[in-house]
Design a binder for this molecule. Structure first.
Ligand SMILES: [Cu+2]
Length: 469
C-alpha cells in the first residue's frame, strides 16, 4: 500500500518539505518549491491529513501534486518544461510536460477550495494554461492573447480561483496548442464534492486516465508535431501497452474511472467482464435517471467521462480502446496487406542482400510480435505483452482490470495473473474434425485452399489510355 510517507519517499523529498504546514526558504519568498517526479510508476494516493472527507484518486502511471496551505489557499506550483518520458520499457520519448513528467501531475482539490497555481515556463517558447471545464473568472481561463498575455520563457504567472463545482477536469496550454499538446503538455484535475452529493457516489477506487497520442518515427524519440490525424502511438497518461499499469480492485468494490481525451480523435473505451454507467461528463455528475448500462462508451476529443461499476467478477479483464489500430504500436503503420500473397522463394533471395529481411503479413499480422523480427532502437513492438498463456498481441491503449477476492482496501499493487478455477477456462477440442460441406466447393474462399485441382482465374484488364477491350 502506498502511504503519504511512501509517496514522499518515492519523490525523494526531504521529510515534510511540501507538507501542508511546511515553511521553506522559497515559501518565505512567496513561491512554493516545485515538486518533481521522474518515475513512470503509478504513485498511489496522496492523502490530505487535515481532510479525510474524500478518497483520493490514483492516476495510472502518474501522481498527484502536493500543495502548500497559505492563509487558507491551496498553493500549487507547475513548471512547464522539456521532459524524458518512458512510454513503455524500452522506449523513451523527448516530450514537454510539467514537473518532470508528461502528463503533468494530477491536481486534486475539494469543492469550494481557494486554489492558487504558480506556473513557471521553462520551455523554449511561450505558453499558458487553460483549466478545461472550470467555472472561474474570465481572466483566469488561460487563453493566451484573449484572457492574458502568454507566459514568456523564464516567467511565472499566477492563476487563482475557487474550485466551484465538483467533477473531472483537465488542464493544457492555450498557446501554440498544436505543438505543445503534440509534445505531451496536459494534466488531470479532480474536484471532490465538499459534502455528500445526491448524484455522486462514494467509491472504493477512483482512477484517472488521460488519453493522448504521439507520432514518433520508429527509432526516433521526439514526436512529429505537424501530424494532424495519423498518430502512431496511442497512449494513456503518456504510456503505451505493455507500459500501462493495471487497474486493480477488490471483489465488490465500486470503481470509478475518470477518462479525459486530449488526442485528435474519439476513443470508444471498452471494459470486459462488467457493465458500467457514465456517472459524469465534462459538465459534472449526470442525473441518475439519465444513466444506462454500457460496456463501451465513446469519448470525443476534449471530453471527459466518468465510468462507474461494481467489480463483482474476479479475473483479469481487458480494458482498451476499441479502435483496433489504437491497440497497436508504431511498427504497424504503413504496411501493405499481404494476406494470401505467396512469397515462396522471395525471402531467401532477399535475405542474401538483407539478412534480417522477413516477410510480414502473409498469414496475418500475428508474426509481428517481439520474438520474430529485429526492430529499431527505442521502439516497442507493434503487438506485444507476455500473458500467462502467450503473447497478448496488443499495444497502445490497452490495460487490464484485475479484480481479486483478497485485494486489500487501498492496495493498488499488481496481484499478478489470475488463476482460473478448474473447468472455467476455454480449452482445446481434441475430438474428430469434420469439414463443412460449403468449404468443399472451390471458389468460396478468398484464400486458395490446399487442393489437388488447379484453379483458373479469369480477369479482364484495361490498358492505360486505351479503350476497353
Ligand atoms: Cu482509440
Amino acid at each position: 500500500m502506498k502511504t503519504r510517507r511512501d509517496f514522499f519517499q518515492a519523490l525523494s523529498i526531504a521529510g515534510g518539505a511540501v507538507a501542508a504546514s511546511a515553511v521553506t526558504k522559497s515559501a518565505l519568498a512567496g513561491l512554493p518549491e516545485p515538486v518533481l517526479q521522474s518515475s513512470a510508476e503509478t504513485m498511489g494516493q496522496l492523502f490530505d491529513e487535515s481532510d479525510q472527507s474524500y478518497n483520493p484518486v490514483v492516476t495510472l502511471n502518474g501522481w498527484t501534486l502536493p500543495w502548500r496551505m497559505t492563509d487558507g489557499v491551496k498553493e500549487f506550483h507547475l513548471v512547464a518544461e522539456p521532459v524524458v518520458r518512458e512510454l513503455a520499457p524500452g522506449m523513451e520519448a523527448n516530450l514537454w510536460g510539467y514537473n518532470g513528467q508528461s502528463p503533468g501531475p494530477t491536481i486534486e482539490v475539494v469543492e469550494g477550495d481557494r486554489v492558487r497555481i504558480f506556473v513557471t515556463n521553462k520551455l523554449p517558447e511561450h505558453t499558458s494554461i487553460h483549466w478545461h471545464g472550470q467555472r472561474l473568472p474570465n481572466g483566469m481561463d488561460g487563453v493566451a492573447g484573449v484572457n492574458q498575455p502568454a507566459i514568456e520563457p523564464g516567467k511565472t504567472f499566477v492563476y487563482e480561483f475557487d474550485a466551484k463545482r465538483p467533477g473531472t477536469f483537465m488542464y493544457h496550454p492555450h498557446a501554440d496548442e498544436m505543438t505543445q499538446m503534440a509534445m505531451g503538455m496536459m494534466g488531470f484535475w479532480v474536484t471532490h464534492p465538499r459534502k455528500k452529493h445526491e448524484w455522486i457516489e462514494e467509491v472504493d477506487r477512483d482512477y484517472c486516465i488521460l488519453l493522448n497520442a504521439f507520432d514518433i518515427v520508429p527509432g526516433a524519440a521526439t514526436p512529429k508535431i505537424m501530424t494532424m490525424l495519423d498518430f502512431n502511438l496511442w497512449a494513456w497518461n503518456s504510456r503505451i501497452f505493455p507500459g500501462i499499469s493495471p487497474l486493480v480492485a477488490r471483489k465488490g468494490d465500486r470503481v470509478r474511472v475518470r477518462v479525459g481525451n486530449l488526442t485528435m480523435t474519439n476513443h470508444p473505451i471498452h471494459v470486459h467482464g462488467i457493465e458500467f454507467e457514465v456517472t459524469g461528463t465534462d459538465g459534472g455528475p449526470t442525473r441518475p435517471e439519465s444513466r444506462w448500462p454500457e460496456v463501451t462508451t465513446d469519448i470525443a476529443v476534449g471530453q471527459m467521462r466518468q465510468l462507474e461499476f461494481i467489480a463483482d467478477e474476479v479475473g483479469d479483464w481487458a480494458m482498451h480502446c476499441h479502435k483496433s489500430h489504437h491497440t497497436m504500436n508504431a511498427m504497424g503503420h504503413d504496411i501493405p496487406t499481404l494476406i494470401g500473397v505467396d512469397h515462396r522463394g522471395i525471402t531467401e533471395k532477399i535475405q542474401k542482400l538483407v539478412p534480417d529481411y522477413m516477410v510480414m503479413g502473409e498469414r496475418g499480422m500475428a508474426d509481428m510480435t517481439e520474438m520474430t523480427m529485429p526492430i529499431p532502437e527505442n521502439t516497442v513492438p507493434m503487438m506485444t505483452g507476455d500473458g500467462p498463456h502467450g503473447s497478448v498481441e496488443m499495444g497502445g491503449m490497452f490495460t487490464i482490470l484485475k479484480v481479486r477476492e483478497d485485494q486489500k482496501p487501498g492496495d493498488y499493487s499488481d496481484p499478478g495473473w489470475y488463476e482460473h478455477p478448474n473447468g472455467l477456462q476455454a480449452y482445446e477440442y481434441t475430438g474428430e474434425l469434420i469439414t463443412p460441406a460449403s468449404q468443399k466447393k472451390l471458389g468460396l474462399s478468398l484464400m486458395p485452399q490446399q487442393s489437388k485441382h488447379e484453379q483458373t482465374l479469369k480477369f479482364s484488364a484495361i490498358k492505360p489510355n486505351r479503350k476497353k477491350t
